[in-house]
Design a binder for this molecule. Sequence first.
Ligand code: ADP
Ligand code: MG
Length: 268
Amino acid sequence: MTVLEARNLVKEYHLRQGLRTKALRAVDDVSFTLEPGRTVALVGQSGSGKSTIAKLLLQLERPTSGEIRLNGEPVERRGAGLVRYRRTVQMVFQDPFASLNPFHTVEHHLERPIRLHHPGLSRTEVHRRVLRLLERVRLTPVENVAARRPHELSGGQRQRVAIARALAPEPGILIADEPVSMLDVSIRLGVLNLLATLQREEALGVLYITHDLATARHFSDEILVMYRGRIVERGPADDVILNPQDEYTKTLAEAAPNPERRIGELRG
Ligand code: ADP
Ligand code: MG
């Protein structure tokens, strides 16, 4: 059981403007907790700081201040502790094509994290685990899919491979940064439903990053609304959407007037 906590995270970037440098607070005093079997949605327009939070949680960037705690302990930033952390906190990126290597088969993509995180497994056992991962993300027939390369798959199938790869180390936390925004509208719901099923069945804690309030409401327990690096509103998903208190959330909610209907359209 994994609990990941962000405490008062701040990230400043220093931008050079002529002879001066200007500090930009991409993330400003952000706190939240990810728990097993729950999805938290991080919602906000482009540039509001969502991906920066993802990078901080993945330890691809260091916070300017604040801290990240895993199961109550401050995270380790190097060595074996970092390797363990990377196994526990996994990521699904926005663009599945960019995150997969066109020259390698699906099997190759999935073998690598299995071998890295479980050294010493036999070839047969690694192969068995690859097929099992493909079953978990509903990519069948598994033997056939395992032999294909990314360009032989649809966008939705590629994103399922990326999800399978994230699951390979058996993580407790999954960070999904706009996981369906590059996909055709018609297949978005299938991928989001898969993430919801995995979250339930495998008790994952999920951070679902999106600019889409309708899917945030449908697929999450709690919504955090971000504006210019700050969380301006937070609460149970229905409360935030149906009864927004913050002016910015109201604007967002009005731009997606009827989440029920939107989901209906997505389902087609
Ligand atoms: P979002 O994912 O919500 O679109 P980002 O987290 O990518 O937003 O960006 C938040 C802000 O931080 C933006 O103003 C962006 O330009 C800035 N930013 C992000 N990464 C960097 C970086 N490496 N250097 C400088 N500024 C950055
Ligand atoms: Mg982003």
